[in-house]
Design a protein around this ligand. Structure first.
Ligand code: G16
Length: 543
């Protein structure tokens, strides 16, 4: 086998966003595109000579081809071993676990997460370090810098590697080890949760529905929920991973997981419903006739985590991304443990988890997880919910109501304006930045602005700083709004507007969230002039 050194030239725009590099699949399929980015990763981490890497992806279109290219490049760059999920499949949390368990130097995950897949949809690629977590900004900056100067890459000339058969093969001097993508992860879950209690709950007639959305969690959910916990075989639906996710958005929210919502709000609904995304790190939780907002889910999980064996020792701290509602902060306060507020992006939780300062983390974008891996973890959240419901003997709606009566209810909603012209979206944010100092004291739609800023984060562990992470508007009386531009879109800009309002009075806990938040939305419109800048009079997606 020959190692080829291919001449190339820097390709513009290979800047990793909130979670790796995400582009249209056809962009990734352009000549040298994937190769340049792969070589830039290898160079930025100081080369892969003698190193052990993990490789896998969510199975979307181009996953298999990209994996073969990366393997040939890893071999040409001197890697000692690459551990690959069978068929080049690994969910993001399973990849994180594998890196940690095997003491690998890092891993490459092929996924554009919840974005649709297919030749005309999205593809993505991210690098996770030896702790199993997404590369921090300092490293993604280095990777990007390398893409801007790269003039050649190395690749082995060879046949495709057989990735369907478990076991070891060689590619040049490198070992390719194909592993079962599910087994290690399922064992980890079994070590954290009281599977006996969940099994008893299910055997007692508790019915659940898990929608894998034709994405990577199908095989994981079937093994854990059906084979190990005894759920009925039809409890797991859409469990065959497809390269285009069956044409859907593998995004577990009430809009894209509508079929599940309809079932959970219909007649004879199951007791518990959940869905996960393309690469298995997100989750949506639904009870019979009740939707659990991700911010509430984080708060409920944190308040009850001690009921699961893996967390019986209690929590060191709770971390949430800045736009996530402050419901979890109230739990941290009650538990007497620190609450951390980080920028959007799971990578910002890594240092807190590594340092043992936070145990549970969560984001409004349907992500929750803990220190068991360094990624958010969809099935982990589902199992912790089931463990808590089994231990408490309550249904989802009862548990939620009880939580609200103890802590108050934080109404929460996110409005997304998608594929907005980037210059218009940037102009909106820029104008807000310029008016921040004038906002305090202004009254809009009956709400008075108490403070306004552009969120900046100083990492308490390594002191790194991240500025301009989103506009925060705090209103007198405790309502809050956040505006920021998404870092995961692949078309134009996506403006995200996050609204929240705390309601201590139980008489109002059953109110309609849209109505409870209407004054906050109106105040934001008056301040940010969204209609004028985006040309839209309503959001594309409301969750
Ligand atoms: C990624 C990140 C999350 C982030 C989300 C939304 O999720 O890992 O931390 O909250 O994107 O980011 P944005 O608002 O910038 O689009 P995933 O599931 O896509 O990897």
């Amino acid at each position: 086998m020959t190692t080829l050194t291919i001449q190339t030239a820097p390709i513009a725009g290979q800047k990793p966003g909130t979670s790796g590099l995400r582009k249209k699949t056809r962009v990734f399929m352009q000549a040298h595109y994937l190769e340049n980015f792969t070589q830039a990763i290898f160079d930025a981490i100081g080369g892969v000579g003698g190193k052990v890497l993990v490789l896998g992806g969510d199975g979307r279109y181009f996953n298999d081809r990209a994996a073969q290219v990366i393997l040939r490049m890893a071999a040409a760059n001197g890697a000692a071993r690459v551990i690959v999920g069978q068929g080049a499949i690994l969910s993001t949390p399973a990849a994180s676990h594998l890196i940690r368990k095997r003491g690998a130097d890092g891993g490459i995950i092929l996924s554009a997460s919840h974005n649709p897949g297919g030749a005309d949809e999205d593809f993505g690629m991210k690098f996770n370090g030896a702790n199993g977590g997404p590369a921090p900004e300092s490293l993604t900056d280095l990777i990007f810098a390398r893409t801007q100067e790269l003039m050649e890459y190395r690749i082995l000339e060879s046949q495709d590697v057989e990735l369907e058969r478990l076991g070891e093969t060689r590619l040049g001097d490198m070992v390719v080890e194909v592993v079962d993508p599910v087994a290690d992860y399922a064992d980890l879950m079994e070590s954290l949760f009281d599977f006996n209690a969940i099994r008893d709950l299910i055997a007692g007639g508790f019915r659940l529905r898990f929608d894998a959305m034709h994405a990577v969690t199908g095989p994981y959910a079937r093994e854990i929920l059906v084979n190990r916990l005894g759920a009925a075989p039809d409890s797991v639906v859409n469990d065959r991973p497809l390269p285009d996710f069956g044409g859907g958005h593998p995004d577990p929210n009430p809009v894209w997981a509508k079929a599940l919502m309809d079932e959970m709000f219909g007649q004879d609904a199951p007791d518990f419903g959940a869905a996960s995304d393309g690469d298995g790190d997100r989750n949506m939780i639904v009870g019979r006739g009740v939707y659990v907002s991700p911010s509430d889910s984080l708060a409920v999980l944190a308040a009850n985590a001690h009921l699961a064996p893996g967390y019986a020792r209690g929590l060191a701290g709770i971390a949430r991304s800045m736009p996530t509602s402050r419901a979890a902060d109230r739990v941290a306060e009650r538990l007497g443990i620190p609450a951390f507020e980080t920028p959007t992006g799971w990578k910002f939780f890594g240092n807190l988890l590594d340092a043992g300062r936070a145990t549970i983390c969560g984001e409004e974008s349907f992500g929750t997880g803990s220190d068991h891996v360094r990624e958010k973890d969809g099935l982990w959240a589902v199992l912790l919910w089931l463990n808590i419901l089994a231990a408490r003997g309550l249904g989802v709606a009862e548990l939620l109501r009880e939580h609200w009566s103890e802590y108050g209810r934080t109404f929460y909603s996110r409005h997304d304006y998608e594929a907005v012209a980037a210059d218009r979206a940037n102009a909106l944010i820029q104008r807000l930045r310029e008016t921040l100092a004038d906002l305090p004291g202004q009254a809009h739609s009956g709400l008075v602005v108490e403070s306004a800023d552009d969120f900046a984060y100083d990492d308490p562990v390594d002191g790194s700083q991240s500025a301009r992470q989103g506009i925060r508007l705090n209103f007198e009386g405790g309502a809050r709004a956040v505006l920021r531009l998404s870092g995961t879109g692949t078309e134009g800009a996506t403006l995200r507007v996050y609204l929240e309002r705390h309601q201590p009075d139980p008489a109002h806990h059953g109110d309609d969230p849209a109505q409870a938040l209407a004054p906050v939305a109106a105040a934001v419109e008056a301040i940010a002039r969204i209609r004028e800048f985006t040309g839209r009079d309503h959001p594309d997606v409301t969750t």
